[in-house]
Design a protein around this ligand. Sequence first.
Ligand SMILES: Nc1ncnc2c1ncn2[C@@H]1O[C@H](COP(=O)(O)OP(=O)(O)OP(=O)(O)O)[C@@H](O)[C@H]1O
Length: 257
Amino acid sequence: MSLLQVRNISKSFGGVQAVAGISFDVAAGELLALIGPNGAGKSTTFNMVGGQLAASSGSVKLDGHELVGMRPRDIWRLGVGRTFQIAATFASLTVVENVQMALLSHRSRIYSWFSRAANEYRSEAMELLAQVGMAAQADRPCSELAYGDVKRVELAMGLANDPKLLLMDEPTAGMAPQERNDLMALTKRLVVDRGMAVLFTEHSMDVVFAYADRMIVLARGKLIAEGSAQEIRNHPKVQEVYFGSGKTFEKPTGVAA
Ligand SMILES: Nc1ncnc2c1ncn2[C@@H]1O[C@H](COP(=O)(O)OP(=O)(O)OP(=O)(O)O)[C@@H](O)[C@H]1O
């Protein structure tokens, strides 16, 4: 049985049918990309899986457990993680403190005195930072880091609840090509090492074709194609919806898979 089973989910906003009955699975240890042109319904789908939006109809099951109707926090506790964006107020904290906060949050132990938190979970936070290659920078404020390194810290924070499924919304937005590749190579390694599933939305086709195990394509709220890079690249419906959008499907060069 797949880890995540999405069946016939739909969502309307007033008269706008953002998502119209889509179904897909995500297996443990799979990196699945959710792609499609602007307004296709990617964010809406993503948010229905994470519980930020309630599906109007349909079912989302994690390990057979129905998530529709659950609060995002409870979904998170069941093992659906999400990469955090380090808020401006937390940028002054050090790298390791940010990860400690994520660990504390998972255990519902937000203290009114942060000094107390400073001693909690440091070794666990260091372990997560080691997994994303950021242990050496643990005591630097996040505000001093290069953008690509901030994204690594956010990834470490997303791992705080030891997720079975990690949701990443446009993880490489705003990054330079080399940083993108580094982050996705790291993500891929975590998927393999932890046996974790990742569902990510992405606008960069280079990233998707180089790193996703499989991809699903939405257009106007419907799932129009699903398959490997090769299948998607050659899919007539996909070619059609992207035609004229400026996106190309040529195999990227110089990208390590
Ligand atoms: N809160 C909302 N209220 C009204 N309409 C919405 C809302 N959220 C999304 N929509 C509409 O639903 C459709 C799908 O939007 P969604 O954001 O899911 O697409 P997307 O594929 O993530 O797009 P993008 O790539 O531009 O982020 C669009 O027509 C959008 O205008």
